[in-house]
Design a protein around this ligand. Sequence first.
Ligand SMILES: [Mn+2]
Length: 325
Amino acid sequence: MGTTMLTIAETAAWFKERDNFLVLTHRRPDGDTLGSAGALVQGLREAGKTAHALYNPETTPRYARFVEGCWAPDGYISEHIVTVDTASCSLSPLNGEEYFNAVSLCIDHHPSNTHYAEQSCLKVDAASCGEIVYKILMALSDGISAKSAERLYVAVSTDTGCFLFGNTTADTLRVASLLVEAGAPHRQLNKLLFRTKTRSRTIIESMIYSGLEFYFDGAVAISTITRAMMESSNANEDDLDDIASLPGSVEGVIAGITLREMASARDCKVSVRTSQSVDAHAISSHFGGGGHKFASGFTVEKTLAEVKEELLEILGACFAAQNGN
Ligand SMILES: [Mn+2]
């Protein structure tokens, strides 16, 4: 499938010439997709357009307020479907599948993007989709409201782990600075999103730490989250936000793997976080997943033990190749 690549200026012009947009977010929505959608809807409305986001039933309380007032009313008929932060149609929320057949514009930063939209504004160097949406809104109306700035700050800061992840660039920080100038309440947001833990989060973190396993002289750390752990800690999805970065925080670890048991013992979700020379996207693509160089993931119908064994083999081959053996 071919897609036409648009620059930021072309994307802004595309919006200018059109009206009646429906913005779609991805399955298991995070701060980037919801913050980007919330800001895009808000910015388009401020530019005099009609825009709504398709309700995402998996929206968690943590991010709900940043898409407040954006959900499309029943019976809304849009003319143009726009996706944000969504690399492929398979990431559609269950209620969005029919819309994914006819996406007019995709705004995204994933290198694994499958070019499913008619037009794409794809910037793989951007740390977050929020940065791209910021530039589009600035090109559209030469200014941004405090409300949009707040939502975009959520997008940019959550996708970079508060500007700590390897994807953070000078441009990310520049955009963040402009968002703060535009009124994003960064102190409150940083406290809320990065310096506050629920008790359930604290409990499940302690379980994860005590179960950490190390391989290859400590270069690989594997953390495991079972359904039993979720139950006994009473943790929900919000409590697991960015949990995948936990094993990589241990000194010496260059590949941090998080294995999570989902609906059944043969439903496993895996997150891979790397630094230096280990390509996270390449590891996940062995299992049909993907992502970025330093962050990727996949789901697979295997038990935790089976996935762990296969991953260790792949990582072993990866380290052997690097050492020239
Ligand atoms: Mn993103």
